[in-house]
Design a protein around this ligand. Structure first.
Ligand SMILES: *Cc1c(COP(=O)(O)O)cnc(C)c1O
Length: 415
């Protein structure tokens, strides 16, 4: 997971800050992000695509903390949003609205209006009905809505079914075979200006072929449309590049991804839009937690920690693997354990049957690769306040979101 998180003198560090120091200061559980790691990930993409006209639109839903968004905005990133809430965050963080693309299958008139008023780059329209409503809203405002159709290229990204989005049977996008017809309809609408084509085929993808297969289909469609007088300026190829959750996983680097994308796009007049989320922030964050109890059952050993599925739902939801390290450097595994939280659900685990070193109650653990789809998917289940988020930069750190209080949890409710 790069250089940002590593052991130094027997202790796990985020850049130049010992995790034990963060735990002491803000308590546990706590999300810790590294500015250096997110910057490296962003510049990796930027440099890899620097020789073609490319806009990188960080996918806000992966991690929408304002400090994270501000970091990306300051690095020159655009943003891929899926709700009005995310637009509000991007504006608050100083992001440029004209570098924003708006995805999502269920945009409401209110959301369309706000995005039109903000002046976003384009809408990724996912259905004919949505196109009709967007046209109406734009006409009502005396504006033209810049539009891409999100097409469904019917491609298997070979990833988890919950994060595969480009199959024919998926709820996302417009079937590619029907897209030209919808584009013709769109180009005749008073409130619509066709500018782009978009696809997003899934997430945590390791194989580059689905990306190039999808891009080839998008280019063929764009060429056909351009020949028939519908000008396509941008091709948005979505996000989805995978990251390593274990040491053995070797996802393609942005440079390898860029190389194949650029070779397919070579000689074409289209500008490129990318929507990476996980690959920009996933390995720039971890979840810091503390061991509460050890429980030695007859069949199993449990390490009970103070972080739970409400803090990090990925293991329960996707059966995903997160590496877990002891903050105090430890020796070889001593046995196999389940690392579980305090929530009243059997699905409340962070690791199952995991070879683990000896630990004691009070020890700190770092759950790695938790920067993406971590805090943003957290909840208050079991009336647990959501964890704070900390952003480390060099030898200093700042609280990017305070721990929720019990008053925060109850203040919107009546008794
Ligand atoms: C979630 C999402 C992304 C980001 O996906 P990652 O796998 O995090 O890169 C990009 N575009 C759209 C439309 C999405 O829904």
């Amino acid at each position: 997971m790069g250089e940002a998180f590593r052991y130094k003198d027997g202790e796990f560090y985020a850049e130049e800050v010992a995790l034990s120091k963060i735990a002491e200061s803000v308590g546990t559980p706590c999300y810790v992000y590294s500015y250096a790691a997110l910057k490296d990930a962003f510049t990796g993409y930027r440099d890899a695509f620097s020789d073609v006209a490319t806009l990188i639109c960080y996918s806000v839903k992966a991690n929408s903390n304002l400090s994270v968004l501000k970091s990306f905005a300051d690095l020159g990133s655009g943003f891929d949003i899926v709700s009005l809430g995310e637009l509000i965050r991007v504006k608050r963080a100083g992001g440029d609205p004209w570098k924003v693309v708006f995805s999502g299958v269920g945009k409401t008139a209110e959301e369309m209006k706000a995005a039109l008023e903000a002046g976003i780059l384009f809408f990724n329209v996912e259905s004919v009905e949505e196109l009709g409503l967007l046209n109406e809203v734009a006409v009502g405002l005396g504006k033209k809505a810049p539009v891409a159709l999100r097409v469904n290229p019917d491609i298997d990204p070979k990833t988890h079914p919950y994060i595969s989005t480009g199959f024919k049977k998926s709820k996302f996008g417009i079937e590619i075979g029907k897209a030209a017809e919808v584009y013709r309809e769109a180009s005749g609408m008073k409130g619509i200006e066709v500018v782009a084509i978009d696809a997003h085929i899934g997430s945590q993808i390791f194989d580059l072929t689905p990306f190039t297969d999808s891009l080839k289909k998008l280019i063929a469609l764009a060429d056909d449309l351009s020949a028939s007088g519908i000008k396509i300026e941008y091709i948005d190829i979505g996000g989805g590049l995978g990251i390593s959750y274990t040491k053995d996983e070797k996802p393609p680097k942005p440079a390898e991804y860029a190389a194949v994308i650029k070779s397919v796009l070579a000689g074409k007049p289209y500008k490129l839009v990318l929507e990476p989320g996980r690959s920009l922030i996933g390995n720039a964050g971890l979840l810091l937690t503390k061991v509460i109890y050890l429980k030695d059952g007859t069949a199993k050993k449990f390490v009970i920690v103070d972080a739970a599925m409400n803090d990090l739902i990925r293991p329960a939801f996707y059966d995903s693997y997160h590496e877990i390290l002891t903050v105090r450097e430890s020796g070889e595994p001593e046995g196999t354990v389940d690392v579980v939280g305090p929530i009243c659900e059997s699905g409340d685990f962070l690791a199952k049957d995991r070879p683990f070193p000896a630990v004691d109650s009070g020890d700190l653990l770092a759950v790695l690769s938790a920067g993406a789809y971590g805090f943003v998917m957290s909840s208050n289940y079991n009336t647990r306040p959501r964890a704070p988020e900390v952003l480390v930069n060099g030898s200093s750190f700042a609280v990017a979101r305070k721990r929720e209080t019990y008053d925060d949890l109850l203040k919107a409710e009546t008794d």
